[in-house]
Unconditional design. Structure first.
Length: 151
């Protein structure tokens, strides 16, 4: 018994459509992972910048503390494979007892795109880390004269 192909309605176009969905789905996942990876990197950079300030020796000026924080943030980003210059919001870098030191690190993540299909997008990724200066550390200024961090 010989069968003809008169009822054959599709096949090749569904393979092409499936490949297209696979390619664009992979690009979406790749872009989402790039943003997640940048979030990990900026969180590490903010944490290291704060630690560089909080653990610095006593008596440094705010400019020296800012330089240390920026250097620590750039090194942390470099360790994660990012060579882009981050945006840093250093806030107050006072080395007084119970002072809160907070740093925000930001990066622009460029999306992977198909040339001719859409223009490249950039996603801003920011992370913030804050830490309190140790109230029992020797050599620090008293601030307002009272050592009371609330704990």
């Amino acid at each position: 018994m010989v069968r003809d192909e008169s009822g054959f309605s599709g096949g090749l176009e569904s393979l092409a459509f499936g490949a297209l969905v696979f390619v664009f789905g992979t690009l979406i996942i790749l872009n989402a992972w790039a943003v997640v990876d940048a979030r990990f990197a900026t969180a590490a950079a903010a944490r290291e910048a704060v630690r560089a300030v909080v653990e610095a020796e006593v008596g440094l000026s705010e400019d020296e503390l800012a330089a240390r924080a920026e250097h620590a943030a750039v090194q942390a980003l470099d360790a994660h494979g990012y060579v882009a210059e981050p945006t840093l919001d250093l806030g107050s870098l006072a080395q007084t007892r119970c002072a809160t030191v907070a740093v925000t690190v930001g990066l622009e993540v460029r999306a992977t795109f198909v040339p001719g299909f859409a223009e490249a997008l950039a996603y801003p990724v920011r992370s913030r880390h804050a830490e309190i200066v140790d109230p029992f550390r020797p050599g620090l200024a008293e601030g307002d004269g009272v050592v009371d961090c609330g704990f």
